[in-house]
Ligand binder design. Structure first.
Ligand code: PEP
Ligand code: MG
Length: 325
């Protein structure tokens, strides 16, 4: 199987009916970097910076952050890398930080909330990113944004650090795109305002699913109770891709759903043309794409989503479709 996938490595990632798909990988540590080359992916769609913070005994020094970010950009060469700023708290605790006991950590003081309340941490990380991106193309993305004001506040930190580095004679990135994860349902109701200010969005389907269905992603008793490949969630995902296309803003999806062959098929059928997945899923998903008639899949998806919710199993229909292809 692995040999079969490596035979696909150098083929362009295009559906049977000619739709190019950007397949990127998710990464977070130096050991992930060889996968950029192995998979011949289009870039790193999600670099989880918190992993460096989680594996150490203490906060990484800024020189360590800088070294990691430089190594990532070096490994990616001309391919774009989207660095997500610290997404800690919730299910991602830092063992050496004072633990804040919260009854609902997933809904608590995490990710950008923590970043904005303790801006020292976020500032030093952004400074390291901007320095690593000196003379290159840099993409910065914020996790768990819930309202546009948070995005504005986080972006203001980027501007402030840029000014600082400029004043101190550093080489600035050649181009910077600043975007956000879309993983909190409240953003769905400010999408137009959001799309006006961001350079891109990336759907975090893991958290978006968790919050849409009110299901703790880490709780085995309920985690599999509802299906992401169901009418309500697929309608949410369709709404996002349609609004983003109207606003002419790049949209991608970097949750686990993209790593499942059927999930990726559903996303392409909805109109997504950029996915970021785990490196191990790259081969199987690419094989599916090369075999896929995206137009036919889209027509089927429209029909399925127009049917009343609960009247058909979309997962089953998609599976049958994939087998018939
Ligand atoms: C997500 O929520 O879908 C996501 C990609 O982020 P994480 O899994 O790191 O929370
Ligand atoms: Mg998330």
């Amino acid at each position: 199987r692995q040999a079969q996938y490596s035979a696909l490595r150098d083929l362009p990632c295009v559906t049977k009916d000619g739709q190019p798909i950007d397949l990127m990988i998710n990464a977070g540590l130096v050991i992930d970097l060889p996968h950029i080359e192995d998979t011949n992916c289009s870039g790193v769609g999600l670099f989880r910076t918190e992993l460096q913070y989680m594996i150490g005994q203490s906060l990484p020094r800024s020189s360590d952050q800088l070294a990691l970010y430089r190594a990532v950009l070096d490994a990616a060469g001309p391919k774009p890398v989207t660095f997500r700023t610290l997404d800690i708290g919730g299910d991602k605790a830092l063992p050496y930080m004072e633990t804040v006991v919260e009854e609902n950590p997933a809904l608590g003081w995490r990710a950008i909330r923590l970043g904005l309340d303790r801006p020292g941490l976020l500032r030093s990380q952004i400074r390291a990113l901007l320095r690593a991106g000196g003379g290159r193309y840099l993409r910065i993305m914020f996790p768990m944004i819930s309202e546009v004001a948070e995005f504005d506040a986080a972006k203001a930190i980027v501007e402030r650090e840029l000014t600082y580095l400029r004043q101190h004679g550093h080489t600035l990135p050649e181009r910077i795109d600043v975007g956000t994860m879309l993983e909190v349902p409240a953003l769905l109701y400010q999408l137009d305002e959001l799309l006006e200010r961001v350079d891109f969005i990336s759907v975090g389907s893991n958290d978006l699913f968790q919050f849409t269905f009110a299901v703790d992603r880490g709780n085995a008793r309920v985690a599999d109770r509802f299906d992401g490949l169901s009418t309500p969630f697929l309608r949410v995902l369709r709404h996002i891709v349609q609004r983003a296309q109207l606003a002419k803003r790049p949209v991608s999806l970097c949750g686990e759903m993209a790593s499942q062959t059927i999930g990726a098929l559903a996303l392409i059928a909805l109109g997504y043309r950029s996915l970021s997945l785990s490196a191990i899923a790259h081969g199987p998903v690419k094989a599916m794409i090369l075999d896929l008639d995206a137009g036919k899949a889209a027509a089927m998806m429209t029909k399925l989503l127009n049917a009343p919710a609960g009247s058909v199993s979309i997962r089953q229909k998609l599976t049958e479709f994939a087998e018939a292809e």
